[in-house]
Design a protein around this ligand. Sequence first.
Ligand code: PLP
Length: 415
Amino acid sequence: MMKPNSIRHKGLSFDTLAVHAGREDFQEIGVHAPPLDFSTTYPTGPLEEATASMDAMANGGPPSGSFIYARLHNPTVARYESALASLEGAEAAVAFASGMAALTAVLLAVRERGKNHVVAVRPLYGGSDHLLDEGLLGHEVTFVAPDGISAAIRLDTAAVILETPGNPTLSLVDIEDAVRQANGVPVVVDSTFMTPVLQRPLELGAAMVLHSATKFLGGHGDVIAGIVAASEEWATRLRKVRVATGAVLHPLAAFLLHRGLPTLAVRVKTAQDSARMIAERLERHPQVTSVHYPGLAGQDPQGLVGRQMAGPGSVLAFEVAGGFEAAGRVLGAVQLMVSAVSLGATDTLIQHPAGLTHRCVTEEGRAATGISESLLRISVGLEDPEDLWADIEQALDQAEPAREAGHARATTVVG
Ligand SMILES: *Cc1c(COP(=O)(O)O)cnc(C)c1O
């Protein structure tokens, strides 16, 4: 039998790593669950040693002695980072207080003297689009379609940012092609919808992979967090930004994220099977005018599912006949699905991107990427898919304008 502390050795499968990563020393230290350290400050010991450790961490390196202060280093967070790094096949990972804090750190870390331009492939998560579009961090941003990356690259381009599948339309970007087009400029991939179970962008040439760990990595709707996996060189720059700007992950959040890793693959695969079934049935529903899901026939012309991604994931979007009003009626009629933003939780969430998550994207930005008033996004959870289907079917029936008045259909769905 494999000893727990031998798991860093090559040849272990992803599922095995997900169970054991970041736990290699448990036998040695005599625990069975990750130790949770809430210290904000640490005894410093001899001043010369403490000063050296301080210098090391301020430059984004690991502590060489005392951890000094929890904004510089926390062992519970570091454990989760090392676990996620192994699952992404990265040298290191750096965790942040939220996905947006992670993106902010990336944007600050890629910036160098004279390099202040970012190429961003639309669509992006609404908050990411907004942060870039507002120029809040002082970058100049060019938004492009996936085939427009190379034409947008300039001498002062610091990074290319893309999301695949894109939030909320599930449009796919070929990561290897983006890396080719970027021609040496670092490519940052937001892989939130996939998790390392379904996609590992670093293996395809990306410089950094970013997650809103609030979503599938957390998986239970009770943690807000972000993480970036990359080379040790990029991680050093990211830690330096984190020390200086302070958007650290709380150790309890890191503990919960680490606790969720062993079940990550099981959750992702189960939800994906249900999403595929729901997407196929939605496609045949008369009230539904279009369905966006990379697992549907004809929706992956580049053949990325199976090559770049191990599967299409469990987020889908669809357009309902009747525009904004009909979409609102669907949201008001679901009983089992929860009408709420966010995604990747154990329960199924449904929301209206144009009205909520992508409200802060400009109208042209929304129009260019198909974020219409009739679009609804579903993050499929772990319920029985037949119960989910019964719920969305009765909600769609109630959304039909002709039947709206006095239409009270009995339903067997529990709420
Ligand atoms: C939610 C989300 C983010 C932002 O993450 P927070 O944890 O909410 O800050 C970034 N990218 C994608 C794709 C997301 O879905």
